[in-house]
Structure formats: structure tokens, C-alpha cells
Design a protein around this ligand. Structure first.
Ligand code: SAM
Length: 272
């Protein structure tokens, strides 16, 4: 068996263990939605002391769905922009560049906080065109690695909600003004989801929670050079993809409640 890596993550960085754990559960289930071939092996090589991940088992299908939709949008970009650039922001220990098989003509930057990139480098071996960039997206430093001449897709999965609103808008502005034909793909939570997150025991223990939530009018007003291509409710996706087929009609009914419809949505934007 491959050797294990001890990790000591706190705050938002530790939440990467939750999503990795859920993708592992999905991959090991009888009918996976995402079927991430790397999540189980990588998770099993990590020694960590974050307790209570089992509490997120019920969300495994949701997270697998979220990753599957974002993988689909990433593949769309790779098909149309064969010399493009992908900024995989807040990448955690996600295997996305391997899942989507990034062609060598594309530049791919995995960006996350230095302690995360350090672990990522130890657990994965990526091809040379998949670069590991340590830095907070709220700082200037990582931007130096970006090629300002390539059409660019920025993917932020499970990231923006951990940032302050001003930091989300500044990150979007930097990408939109700093690259040609920018596209963005990200998930966002509703204000009530953000409020509830602050009371979740694991988040409280880790000292983190959601700070930014989706306000469509505010986003459209601040980023009026962007056009929305997709706005997908995760509950609608679950209604189509959930492996427990008998649950789908129930999800479909529940999805009519505005509260659940908006709990988490996936957005894809491009510059006009
Ligand atoms: C819920 S995890 C999601 C990780 C990964 N995208 C996934 O789906 O598994 C949140 C990630 O955002 C990263 N993150 C939080 N704040 C960040 C920041 N300011 N700059 C870069 N990454 C950040 C954390 O380190 C963590 O890896």
C-alpha cells in the first residue's frame, strides 16, 4: 500500500476533507454519479484528525452531482478552447484535471492555499501542463502565474461561499478584466444555507462557515459584462441523477419549495 500523509488542516482548508470523503462514498456506491476513480485512494492515504465526516454521508450525492455538472462545463470549454487556460480555484484535493483529461495544449492552474498545495503535490502526480499554484485567491501573488493572453475558464467549486463578498467580486473582476473570453463556473448557496452553515457543529469545530451567498440582482449589477449561460438548481440535478431512483419523485416535489430550489445553485457565465 502507498505510504500515508499526515495533514493538519483547519478552517476552510479542512473542508476539502468533507468533499473528498463524499466523492469517495459516491465512487464506492453501487451506482456512482461522478465515479471519481482517485478520491478513495487519495482519501485513504491521508491521516487527519477532523472528526464527524460521517455526518456528511447524506450529502454525497449532492456533492457528486455538483462535481459532475462542473466537470461537464469544463469539458465543454476544453472542446472549444484547445489552447485555453483553466483556473481551478480552491481546488482542494479534487482530481478534476485527471478526470477531465486536460490536453497538453491547455494550460491548467490548480490554485489553493499553500498548505493545501503542499499536500496536493505529495498525493498526486500531475502532468507538467497541470501547474500547482500556492496562494490565497484574495491575494495578488497567484495572479502572476496566469497567462493574460489565453481564453480562460475559472472554476470555483465549494469556494466562493467561504470568502467575504468583496473578495468574491474582486476575484471575478480580476478574471474578467485580466483574460480574453473569460468564462466562470461556480456554485453558490442561498442566504438561508449560509446562515445554517454557521451552526453546523463540524464547521464550528473547524472555525469556518459561509460568508457569501447568492444574490442574482447584485451579481448582475456588479458584473454587467457577464452573460449567464446556465443557472442550475442542485435539487433539479439530483432529481435526474440520484442513484436511488425511488427518491427522484420525492426530490422533484421537494424541489418546488423555493427554499430547497435555491439552497445551492450552479452558475456558468461568459463575457458578453
Ligand atoms: C469545500 S473545499 C472544496 C475543495 C474542492 N474544490 C473540492 O470540491 O473538493 C474549499 C476549498 O477552498 C479553499 N479555499 C478557501 N479559501 C481560499 C482562499 N482564500 N484561496 C484559495 N483557496 C481557498 C480551501 O483551502 C479548500 O481547499
Amino acid at each position: 500500500m502507498a505510504h500515508t500523509e499526515k495533514v493538519d488542516l483547519r478552517g476552510a482548508a479542512a473542508t476539502l476533507l468533507m468533499t473528498l470523503y463524499m466523492r469517495r462514498l459516491d465512487a464506492r456506491s453501487r451506482s456512482p454519479i461522478l465515479g471519481d476513480a482517485y478520491a478513495g485512494e487519495v482519501y485513504d492515504r491521508i491521516e487527519h484528525d477532523v472528526h464527524g465526516l460521517w455526518q456528511f454521508a447524506g450529502d454525497a450525492a449532492t456533492i457528486a452531482c455538483r462535481s459532475a455538472v462542473l466537470d461537464g462545463w469544463t469539458r465543454d470549454f476544453l472542446r472549444t478552447e484547445s489552447h485555453g487556460q483553466v483556473l481551478h480555484l480552491g481546488c482542494g484535493l479534487d482530481s478534476r484535471p485527471l478526470r477531465v483529461a486536460v490536453p497538453p495544449t491547455v494550460r491548467w492552474l490548480d490554485v489553493d492555499q499553500p498548505e493545501v498545495i503542499d499536500i496536493r503535490r505529495r498525493l498526486y502526480s500531475f502532468p507538467a501542463h497541470v501547474e500547482q499554484v500556492p496562494g490565497s485567491v484574495t491575494d495578488e501573488g497567484w495572479w502572476g502565474a496566469v497567462d493574460p493572453g489565453r481564453p480562460t475558464l475559472a472554476i470555483a467549486e465549494g469556494l466562493f461561499m467561504y470568502l467575504r463578498p468583496a473578495a468574491v467580486h474582486a476575484t471575478v473582476d480580476r478574471i474578467v478584466s485580466g483574460t480574453p473570453r473569460a468564462a466562470l463556473a461556480f456554485d453558490a448557496v442561498s442566504p438561508w444555507t449560509a446562515s445554517v452553515s454557521r451552526w453546523t457543529p463540524t464547521f464550528r469545530a473547524l472555525g469556518t462557515g459561509f460568508h457569501w451567498s447568492w444574490n442574482p440582482a447584485d451579481f448582475a449589477h456588479r458584473h454587467n459584462t457577464l452573460r449567464e449561460l446556465d443557472d442550475v438548481s442542485i435539487i433539479d440535478e439530483l432529481t435526474i441523477r440520484h442513484p436511488r431512483v425511488w427518491l427522484r419523485p420525492l426530490l422533484s416535489t421537494a424541489g418546488h419549495l423555493p427554499m430547497l430550489q435555491d439552497a445551492m445553485r450552479l452558475h456558468r457565465f461568459i463575457t458578453r
